[in-house]
Design a protein around this ligand. Structure first.
Ligand code: GLN
Length: 527
């Protein structure tokens, strides 16, 4: 039998529903259950692939090539699993399917309506996933806030399923602390639950996002006014390290409460000792390493979320604390010497021309000053442009993404991508295998002949330039399986100068750090 947990949020967005869901899922997984996370997003985009990362946060890339909400990053990193594109339902995806079915005549004679046609499509998709995955527990996070017009559809499907299935409803709300009266206030929570009730939904567990843990009196009030047992009011306080959240929620007894409400086998003990040890490593590290991330999306922390997390995973394994600083590459000239204060530099992925000259300068500076440098995707492409210009002497080298008429097109769009005019999901996306060259640093790092990482790009190092780059000392340490595309580069006589066309940060887990990030951090931390 499948057990369902529906998670909604109230009062505000950005309370951390994804992290909360991932934490609960982790605790249940650690009790031995097969847990599948699903996220429903109300927006009309089919997927978030074309959204601005500053507005929406990073786009997470799945192994099957899905471009999904960044909460999937949390699910993967916490649960140590590969999620699938279908596990992200968006209004766009659901409507598209219903409209296509209508055109194909599937509903002949009927008036196609939100209820039941669209809600049925949602329910069908949720149940299909549970069946395909053989899930024991499915945790469905409904994006947005209760009361938003966009997610009404998913909430109605939830309402129906709650009476049809063995399920519970968890509601996450904000419990603000009012300085003037020195008290945690429960009114916003009461209002949010009222709003849920109007939709026919009733929470079984209320999780209060607050500065500090909820006071006993706050829990009592929420219990009384919102009609849930006091033991089912759970704290979710501000924390400096997201990986602590499952441990805090375990202390609050959430896994016991979920088990008992769903009538699961309560005798199963959760095995979180390894996780606890890793959290401890981050809390009391042996050393601290400072990494500069040199990109253009410096306006919002979530833009490079997976990179930040991959560094933390590496840090937890190495008992090394990591501090990152987002450094804008626009007008970097006057600040370039400051890069020497960092232990290592990452040039992350990116699109378009803004801040590009700065990225090329950062690559040059790190190469010449032997500062550990990891170039991700666009970062690697800029490392190649820099190398072509300054080492191979190809002054006019550029990527055609930046200058379509460049004299030396060392990075160019792949032929297969040229004719594509649609922008959604048309890149080289998802997991690809690379062959690793013998005797390279890359081979030492991964200890493998074939490395699988995830990709998200349209442009490639132009194969016509491989030989001139190699003659001048650039080592193409990993290629696509057919040998045509450069997937990893490195140079000799440098502590760490590696670029990859892939995004290894999408395959990094708290309990299983990515080897490339781990090595990068290790080298950056050397005295
Ligand atoms: N804009 C580059 C491309 O499309 C790099 C993309 C990225 O960094 N993810 O190839």
């Amino acid at each position: 039998m499948v057990n369902w947990i529906f998670v909604t949020g109230g009062v505000l967005s950005g309370l951390g529903k994804g992290l909360t869901s991932a934490s609960i899922a982790k605790l249940l997984q650690s009790r031995g259950y097969k847990v599948t996370p699903i996220k429903c997003d109300g927006y009309l985009n089919v997927d978030p692939g074309t959204m601005n990362p500053v507005e929406h946060g990073e786009v997470f890339v799945q192994s099957d090539g899905g471009e999904v909400d960044m909460d999937f990053g949390h699910y993967e990193r916490f649960l140590n699993i590969k999620t699938k594109f279908k596990w992200n339902l968006t209004s766009g995806k659901v409507f598209k399917e219903v409209i296509e079915k209508e055109r194909e005549g599937e509903f002949l004679g009927q008036t196609v309506q939100m209820i039941p046609h669209v809600t049925d499509e949602v329910k069908k998709r949720l149940r299909n996933i549970a069946e395909e995955e053989g899930s024991e527990i499915v945790i469905v996070e409904i994006g947005g806030t209760v009361g938003d017009m966009e997610n009404q559809l998913f909430l109605e499907a939830t309402r129906q399923m709650e009476s049809e299935e063995n399920s519970i409803h968890i509601h996450l709300t904000l419990v603000p602390y009012l300085e003037t009266v020195g008290e945690q206030k429960t009114k916003p929570t009461q209002h949010s639950v009222k709003e849920l009730r109007e939709l026919g939904l009733k929470p079984d567990i209320i999780i209060g996002r607050s500065k500090e843990k909820l006071d006993e009196s706050t829990k009592e009030k929420i219990s009384l006014f919102c009609d849930v047992g006091k033991e089912n009011v759970v704290s979710n306080p501000d924390i400096n390290n997201i990986y602590k959240l499952p441990l805090i929620m375990k202390e609050e007894g959430i896994d016991e409460q979920v088990s008992s409400l769903l009538d699961l086998d309560n005798s199963k003990e959760s095995g979180m000792s390894r996780w606890e040890k890793l959290v401890e490593n981050l809390e009391s590290p042996d050393k601290k390493v400072e990494i500069g991330i040199c990109g253009k999306y410096t306006g919002m922390n979530d833009s490079y979320a997976s990179i930040e997390e991959a560094l933390k995973h590496a840090g937890a394994g190495l008992k090394t604390g990591v501090e990152t600083e987002l450094i804008s590459t626009e007008n970097i000239d006057e600040r370039i010497e400051k890069l020497k204060e960092k232990d290592g530099i990452i040039i992350p992925g990116g699109f378009g021309t803004r801040g590009v000259d700065g990225k090329i300068k950062v690559a040059e500076f790190c190469r010449e000053n032997k500062i550990p440098l990891l170039g991700i995707c666009f970062g690697m492409q800029m490392m190649v442009v820099e190398y072509a210009r300054n080492v191979c002497g190809l002054q006019d080298a550029n990527s055609t993404e930046i200058d379509g008429d460049a004299g030396e097109k060392v990075v160019k769009i792949m032929d297969g991508q040229k004719s594509i005019s649609s922008k959604g999901g048309t890149m080289r996306l998802g997991s690809y295998k690379s062959s690793v060259k013998d005797g390279t640093y890359l081979q030492e790092i991964y200890g493998k002949e074939v490395v699988t990482e995830r990709h998200r790009h349209r442009f490639e190092v132009n194969p016509e330039y491989h030989s001139v780059l190699e003659e001048n000392g650039l080592i193409i340490s990993g290629t696509s399986k057919n040998g045509l595309l450069a997937e990893f580069i490195e140079i000799e006589d440098h502590p760490f100068y590696i670029g990859t066309q892939a995004h290894p940060e999408f395959k990094s887990y708290f309990e299983r750090p990515n080897p490339l990030y781990k090595e990068f951090l290790k080298v950056s931390g050397r005295d």
